[in-house]
Design a protein around this ligand. Structure first.
Ligand code: ASP
Length: 364
């Protein structure tokens, strides 16, 4: 008797696997044993773009480009470029708050679903649009992530223009933060100064506690192709060289063209340790709605948070993490650990902010 060829064997395995997975899934490409399932995009009427709360201008621009026939990655990157270039957004690109030494270090990543491409930069200094440099890493190198000096060298080689991206207001906030670090150093706060004016007096309560701030933007076009981008100046006044989740594929961003696109904002260390975006894509692959998949990843983060310094008096995380998800069918959702978060969405109903789901209600 003829023994089955390896190809036939793989085919049988794949079909058996798919049988068990239910009708929600397309994916009868029976070529690999145990091939991962795909979501059907049938029924998607129009493109859908989602973003973090600060992303209404990004979703607007991305939708405009998608409707004009643009590629989904070009659309979302052009969208976030508006926020990267805005000196008033202190968590992203130009105007972002610097690290502990007063130097702005930017992180960004992109993923292009149709080509399975990914590119990222971390701790990049001197460029307003790290998302564009991340895109160049994807397009012009065989690598995924370039950091620090190497990322800068690459950006210069590719013709990106080096600029001073530390705005005066970001610099003054950094000076204020530094003056308030210790009563024993030689930098004076207004309270310590004889004149009462030495500090710049710019920090509000939130900034006194350090700041997170990032933009994530993901899109699915009318053909069901997905892309995403996450870009940030990261945690304000961070340890020089600290890299957050934004440039880490699977943490701050994950796109699988068979399933969906996910990004995150908030405490990057938590998104990295949970591989949050990747986890959410996997849960959507196996049938969870985007919002439920986001909530599941957040529950895991809450469960993993055991360090006393990260817990409030009730034993809950004293930080927030947001996830944003859109699947291949254009269904979208977002969730945060704490109530009060919103996200931007542009779909057939227009461009707007929607409430994110949450796990814990903030006492008002
Ligand atoms: N996730 C970013 C980071 O940890 C910051 C943020 O989203 O606000 O660098």
């Amino acid at each position: 008797m003829d023994r089955p060829t390896r190809r036939e064997f793989l085919k049988t395995g794949a079909l058996a696997g798919l049988g068990a997975l239910g009708g929600d899934l397309l994916g009868a490409r029976a070529t690999l044993a145990g091939e991962v399932p795909r979501l059907a995009s049938a029924g998607l009427a129009a493109p859908v773009v989602i973003a973090s709360r600060n992303g209404l201008r990004a979703t607007e621009r991305a939708m405009e480009l998608l409707e004009a026939g643009s590629d989904s990655l070009e659309a979302v990157v052009a969208g976030v470029n508006i926020v990267e270039g805005d000196p008033e957004d202190r968590g992203v690109g130009y105007g972002g708050l610097p690290n502990a030494l007063g130097v702005v270090q930017l992180d960004a990543s992109v993923m292009h679903g149709p080509t399975r491409g990914a590119g990222a930069v971390a701790a990049l200094e001197g460029f307003k649009h790290p998302s564009r440099v991340a895109m160049a890493v994807m397009q012009y190198t065989d690598h995924v992530l370039l950091v620090g000096e190497g990322a800068k060298r690459f950006a210069l080689e590719m013709g990106f223009k080096e600029e001073n991206i530390l705005t005066d207001s970001a610099r003054r906030r950094w000076l204020d933060w530094r003056a308030g670090l210790s009563p024993d150093d030689d930098y004076l706060t207004p309270e310590q100064s004889e004149e009462g004016v030495s500090g710049f007096g710019l920090l509000d309560a939130w900034e006194g506690r350090r700041r997170y701030g990032t933009i994530n933007c993901c899109a699915v076009d009318a053909a069901g192709n997905l892309s995403g981008v996450t870009t940030t100046s990261g945690l304000s006044f961070k340890v020089p060289g600290r890299v957050g989740d934004s440039p880490i594929i699977g943490a701050g961003l994950y796109v699988d063209n068979d399933v969906g696109a996910v990004g995150s904002t908030g405490r990057g260390e938590a998104a990295i340790k949970s591989c949050g975006s990747m986890l959410i894509v996997e849960r959507m692959r196996h049938g969870l709605a985007p919002v439920d998949a986001c909530l599941e990843a957040l529950r895991r983060i809450v469960r993993f948070t055991v360090e006393k310094r990260l817990l409030d008096e009730d034993g809950h995380p004293n930080f927030n993490v947001n996830f944003y998800a859109v699947n291949k069918r254009g269904e979208h959702g977002a969730a945060a650990i704490w109530s009060g978060s919103r996200y931007a969405v542009y779909d057939s109903k227009g461009n707007r902010l929607e409430d994110s789901a949450y796990l814990l209600e903030r006492a008002s």
